[in-house]
Design a protein around this ligand. Structure first.
Ligand SMILES: CC(C)(COP(=O)(O)OP(=O)(O)OC[C@H]1O[C@@H](n2cnc3c(N)ncnc32)[C@H](O)[C@@H]1OP(=O)(O)O)[C@@H](O)C(=O)NCCC(=O)NCCS
Length: 186
């Protein structure tokens, strides 16, 4: 197993986007992502605004992206937060793996509702996975998403992920999809 946790880049740009670390001005965007019923439909439902505000007050908005591989997806022109993207490692404590040892790279994406339907999640994921493929040895990458989350599964398929298995978690069927990191090597 590769010991590097994930990609080390702190900023990645594409045609329309900048993947970057969080700034204080992102606070309202983070609150919307956590409280919007449509964005949270397959992610356990919306969180109460007061709880999200309190969390950000305690931890600070910029700490949200402290971990390597965790990014704000921002509009390249306006710098507005459009969503978040995480490329980290899937904990061995969770179900859903394609290797015996687990801890595979795992991709997660969220966009504000206003940003859906424009290919922006695809663009962000492609840019992040290309950067990771440049830096890390070839290895599996996973997407785990509720089977009912058609938009997420469509995106994973468009990125080249293949459905591997399904399993139950959080009272819902989850689909595990996987691809090889170096399929994104340019
Ligand atoms: C999952 C999610 C990120 C997908 O967003 P998305 O905008 O549908 O994804 P894509 O970036 O692949 O965009 C695809 C859509 O943009 C359209 N599109 C427009 N311009 C495009 C372009 N230049 N390139 C590609 N697609 C384009 C496609 O036709 C497609 O439209 P359709 O949905 O009407 O078929 C979004 O629905 C979301 O944030 N959901 C809530 C959070 C969530 O459940 N995340 C999953 C956790 S893993």
């Amino acid at each position: 197993m590769n010991p590097s946790p994930t990609l080390s880049a702190t900023e990645i740009t594409s045609d329309r986007l900048r993947l970057r670390k969080a700034h204080d001005i992102d606070r309202e965007g983070f609150i919307e992502l956590q409280t919007d019923p449509q964005v949270r439909l397959y992610l356990g439902g919306p969180r109460p605004r007061s709880a999200v505000e309190q969390y950000l007050d305690v931890t600070g908005t910029t700490s949200v992206t402290n971990n390597p591989g965790t990014f704000v997806i921002a509009d390249k022109m306006t710098d507005r937060l459009l969503g978040t993207l995480i490329l980290d490692r899937r904990s061995t404590d969770l179900p859903g793996h394609v290797t015996e040892e687990g801890g595979e790279l795992e991709l997660t994406y969220l966009l504000r509702r206003e940003a859906w339907g424009a290919g922006l999640a695809f663009e962000a994921a492609t840019a992040a996975l290309r950067a990771a493929a440049d830096e890390l040895p070839d290895q599996p990458v996973l997407v785990v998403t509720q089977t009912a989350n058609e938009r997420s599964l469509k995106l994973a398929t468009r990125l080249g992920f293949q459905r591997m298995s399904t399993f139950e978690a959080h009272d819902a069927e989850q689909t595990l999809a996987a691809t090889n990191l170096h399929s994104f090597k340019v």
